[in-house]
Design a protein around this ligand. Structure first.
Ligand code: NDP
Ligand code: OXD
Length: 311
């Protein structure tokens, strides 16, 4: 009987146990830290594992990340050589990310922050200029599974959309930019910038003063990648200088966002607690079980992480 170890911080076991059981009744699920006989454990489904967890599992065959992001697994965690790491791919997770990006882009387009402030002071002013979506250019940093879906939804809302990735991508209705050489041109045409990159050594701090200054004056930033993509002090300064109009931030260098952090009270920043989207057991369990079955049959796994690239 295959045995999977489940270790998480933010999801509860019962829905996962039920979803996995429904798809694979013979799978035994153990909840960390109760390992039982560690030699039985061949699969691990984890978020933020303790650094030495995997060294205690001598027969581990596959490590599954509970999230699409891998930074929680690649930072100081011992990964047994030869054991593949599979990242999360989940249709519901992707849908949530699309909803968040489209919602925040529309809030900016429709000046909702201004109207909410007007409501608080009982002000009736309806003559603010209202651009059409097609007059604003959205740019998506990171055109992976989630970025491509986000770009498609923004295009469907009428925005003029471009995407930037490491390698060239062809996505209907989305202008393609790729590589370091095309980043500047991509930023210069992005009135709304959505960051949905993975956190790697190459992308850490990518949203710094120099790059954010390349955005058109009055640009809006949506960061749903990782907090360390953004140099927070640089954003505060560019908001102060009026170069950046506002930001919707779901991820932060320090999480939970510390009480004294200036983002909490900034009138032009919307803060959400890293919940742009969450992995959904009902849909995500299909991806986990499919890969367990592949491993059992000796077939190639899907969504295997390239550990040298970091995503
Ligand atoms: P993917 O691995 O599918 O896509 C990553 C994309 O980033 C690819 O297009 C890749 O380019 C691009 N990329 C990576 N490094 C570079 C680089 N140096 N320069 C240019 N482009 C680069 O990831 P997902 O779409 O599934 O997820 C993206 C991230 O979203 C996650 O890593 C996580 O951090 C974040 N996330 C946040 C959530 C939240 O709730 N806030 C929820 C889920 C995910 P290429 O294809 O050419 O290799
Ligand atoms: C993820 C996340 O990476 O939720 O999936 O941040």
């Amino acid at each position: 009987m295959p045995v999977l170890l489940f270790k998480t911080e933010f999801a509860s076991l019962p829905p996962w146990q039920a979803a996995l059981r429904e798809r694979m009744p013979e799978l035994e699920v153990r909840l960390w830290p109760a390992l039982g006989d560690a030699a039985d454990i061949e699969y691990a489904l984890v978020w933020k594992p303790p650094p030495d967890l995997f060294s205690a599992l001598p027969n581990l065959k596959v490590i599954f990340s509970l999230g699409a992001g891998l930074d929680h697994l690649l930072k100081g965690v011992y990964l047994p050589p030869g054991v593949p790491v599979v990242r999360m791919q989940d249709s519901a997770l992707t849908e949530g990310m699309c909803e968040y990006a489209v919602y925040m882009a529309l809030r900016f387009l429709r000046r909702m922050a201004v109207y909410e402030a007007q409501q608080r002071s009982r002000e009736w002013r309806h003559h603010l200029p209202q651009p059409r979506a097609c007059e604003l250019r959205a740019g998506v940093l990171g055109m992976g599974v989630i970025g491509r879906a986000v770009a498609g939804k923004l295009a469907a809302m009428g925005f003029e959309v471009a995407g930037w990735s490491r390698t060239s991508k062809r996505v209907a209705d989305v202008q393609n930019f790729h590589g370091a050489g095309q980043l500047q041109a991509f930023l210069e045409r992005s009135d709304i910038l959505v960051c949905v990159l993975p956190l790697t050594e190459a992308t850490r701090g990518i949203l710094d003063r120099a790059r954010m200054t390349r955005l058109p004056r009055g640009a809006f930033i949506i960061n749903i990648g990782r907090g360390e993509h953004l140099v927070e002090q640089d954003l505060l300064e560019l908001l102060e200088e009026g170069h950046i109009a506002g930001a919707a931030l779901d991820v932060f260098a320090a999480e939970p966002l510390p009480d004294e952090h200036p983002f909490w009270r900034h009138p032009r920043i919307t803060v959400t607690p890293h919940n742009a989207s969450v992995t959904n057991p009902d849909t995500a369990s299909a991806h986990v079980v499919d890969n367990i079955r592949r491993a059992m049959r000796g077939q190639p796994l899907t969504s295997v992480v390239d550990l040298t690239r970091g995503y």
